[in-house]
Write a protein that binds this ligand. Structure first.
Ligand code: FES
Length: 153
């Protein structure tokens, strides 16, 4: 018996009918449907690589069941290419682009932070991003880029 759930999800502005097993996580379902920007690092909710938005809020898609996304709006970096490219130019300007594996999840968190933090400080930026790890560990360059992008002196 086929025990897949039928879900209706808006992904990057498009209503899409998808199927997922009851125990399938959103990251795996999105990758299966071709959203390959969604990366997995730890697969345990610790590194932030798998960050996407659910109804405009960043979530760790490796730990979020696909079934919970039924009727919701999912955004991956494919849906925010212009904004993502703008922030990426700040990273390259500071030599902080590094290997790029963590970039999609990192940038999804940064773009959410840009919307959410009204008067950012260095400390509030660090706090917002403390769930996004970078295996290249180039946090100093990232922070320089972030401060310029967020308008922090
Ligand atoms: Fe989801 Fe690490 S892969 S938090």
């Amino acid at each position: 018996m086929d025990n897949k759930l039928k879900l209706n999800i808006n992904i990057n502005g498009n209503d899409i009918a998808v199927e997922a097993h009851a125990d399938e996580f959103l990251a795996d379902m999105l990758r299966r449907y071709g959203f390959l920007s969604v990366k997995k690092g730890c697969d345990t909710g610790s590194c932030g690589l798998c960050t996407v938005w659910v109804d405009e809020k960043p979530v760790l898609s490796c730990s979020y069941l696909a079934a919970r996304a039924n009727g919701k709006r999912i955004t991956t970096i494919e849906g925010l290419q212009e904004e993502a490219a703008e922030f990426a130019s700040f990273l390259t300007g500071e030599g902080a682009e590094q290997c790029g594996f963590c970039s999609p999840g990192f940038i999804m968190t940064v773009l959410a932070m840009k919307r959410e933090l009204k008067n950012p400080t260095e400390e509030s930026i660090k706090h917002y991003l403390n769930g996004n790890l970078c295996r290249c560990t180039g946090y100093v360059g990232q922070l320089r880029a972030l401060k310029k992008y967020m308008g922090v002196d």
